[in-house]
Design a protein. Structure first.
Length: 498
């Protein structure tokens, strides 16, 4: 039998990564990303962030050429394509499916007032019970900004898309989207199980702007002759999966069922948990979207907690407190301090306003420092504990929404390389942590295999996912972890009142 390969793209704001996975062995045969230096983000005004959609296409093309050469794979050996992408972006195209303006990407904040106005005028109950979120700074609010500020351009819009929809359209010549994608843009009504007409009506946006909806795992479209010739692929190759980067990260870690959690802890940190019932946080401190396997008759929601001040705090400590040692030595130093850092606690919120704190900007602060008994090991430990405690603070909100957190899946990278960080998270949450070797573009390729029917289900698709380490909660130290977290939480709540 000829070799069969699955192609996955991961369209980020810093680069586009592509991977080829052998469909039968489940092993990745080649991966590459482009550009090698961080892709530019255009900021014409403060708070703006734009990228040219065509640049994603060109980056993906470069990465694809590299992996096909490296893996010695021919276009006709690729049997399905999957796409992961940066969430919440807005791409506007005309009738020729050409972009009318640069994409307004996830970190652009210009639409905040449009989302807040909709939330206040439509009412919290209406928005939260139907959208499961405030309209916030998501795709629909960004489109409302275009309508008000660029009316001539707005009148030329034929369809609006998320970044992954745009790449799928460039591959196929067909514009479509998914329920998961629409939910992250605030275009999906969970109560009515259809496009959120009430929000479109409020903003005065025609429903015709929304592309056709296709299932997340399905033959969504096929590669066009023109794209095949440009990329060296075979015309007719099916595109069978797409998902936003955080749902796709969960998929990459085989997180599909209620109570399962996917976590990342880079510069910022994300805890993404699967919920089996339609629910929301009444204070909108976490976001709720349709997970990749959500269906009308089988609720699977992704509840997303983001902590902006995660690895960036640890990196700051490294630069300014332990600049004479590497990260591994820094972790060893932190372990010399006891659980709870002998009363020192740090609020890790020095990287902007935190949604989990209802968009308050507390900044980073150190509490309980005694010059006569504390040294830098207490500071480094308190920083890592503060990050973990902020995760657990958000996870309590998830538990209030009905999520039973027993297991956390994560890639062995960034903060999860620290034994102290891992042990503290397991100790406070009571959850088992499983570390994996994972990658978003590989996940997208496996998702394509599910959508194409090559794999019977997600368990078969991720049967080869390598579990690198398991961290069980230290039951003997559970009370100490609980006391340390309770102290930190009391300090946080005092700060929130002041």
């Amino acid at each position: 039998m000829n070799a069969r390969y699955l192609l996955g793209f991961d369209v980020g704001s810093s680069s586009v990564k592509a991977s080829l996975v052998n469909a039968d062995s489940g092993k990745c045969v080649a991966s590459a990303f482009f550009p090698e230096k961080e892709a530019p983000i255009k900021a014409v005004k403060a708070g703006w962030a734009e990228q040219e959609p065509d640049s994603w296409w060109q980056y993906g093309k470069q990465a694809l050429q590299k992996i096909m050469a490296e893996g010695q794979v021919k276009g006709d050996e690729i049997v399905a394509i999957g796409i992961s992408y940066q969430m919440h972006g807005l791409v506007c195209v005309d009738k020729d499916l050409k972009p009318l303006r640069p994409a307004i990407i996830w970190c652009d904040s210009r639409a905040v007032p449009y989302g807040e106005r909709a939330f206040n005028e439509l009412g919290a109950d209406q928005c939260l019970s139907h959208l499961l979120n405030s309209p916030g700074n998501f795709t629909a609010a960004k489109l409302a900004w275009v309508k008000e500020n660029e009316p001539e351009l707005y009148n030329k819009i034929y369809k609006v898309m998320l970044p992954g929809d745009y790449i799928a359209m460039r591959l196929s010549g067909v514009a479509n989207t998914t329920v998961s994608g629409l939910s992250e843009g605030m275009f999906w009504d969970f109560k009515e199980n259809r496009v959120a007409q009430f929000l479109l009506d409020y903003y005065g946006i025609p429903a015709s702007f929304i592309p056709d909806i296709v299932p997340t795992f399905s033959e969504q479209s096929t590669v066009s002759q023109a794209a095949a010739e440009e990329l060296g692929l075979k015309a007719g190759t099916p595109i069978t999966y797409r998902g936003g980067d955080q749902p796709n990260n969960a998929l990459s870690l085989n997180v599909f069922e209620p109570g399962e959690i996917a976590a990342t802890a880079g510069t910022s940190g994300v805890v993404y948990g699967v919920l089996g019932d339609v629910n929301y946080d009444p204070k909108s401190r976490v976001n709720t979207f349709a997970h990749v396997n959500h269906q009308a008759d089988k609720t699977r929601l992704g509840v997303l907690l983001c902590i902006n001040g995660t690895g960036i705090l640890n990196a700051w400590m490294h630069r300014n407190v332990t600049f004479d040692m590497g990260y591994a030595e820094m972790n060893d130093l932190a372990a010399q301090a006891p659980i709870g850092s002998d009363g020192v606690c740090i609020m890790p919120f020095g990287n902007g306003a935190e949604r989990v704190l209802q968009n308050k900007e507390l900044g980073c602060s150190i509490h309980g420092l005694n010059f006569n008994k504390h040294a830098r090991q207490h500071l480094v430990r308190a920083a890592q504990e503060g990050i973990v405690f902020s995760f657990c603070y958000g996870m309590e909100i998830m538990q209030q929404m009905g999520m039973d957190i027993k297991k956390i899946h994560a890639g062995r990278a960034n903060m999860f390389l620290s034994p102290l960080f891992r042990n503290t998270l397991a100790g406070v949450s009571g959850a088992t942590i499983e570390l994996y070797e994972t990658d978003g573009s590989v996940g997208a390729a496996k998702g394509a295999g599910i959508g194409a029917g090559i794999y019977a289900d997600h368990n078969e698709a991720f049967a080869t996912l390598e579990k690198l380490q398991v961290i069980e909660p230290d039951l003997a130290a559970r009370e100490q972890y609980a006391e340390a977290y309770a102290h930190w939480k009391a300090v946080l709540e005092k700060n929130l009142i002041n």
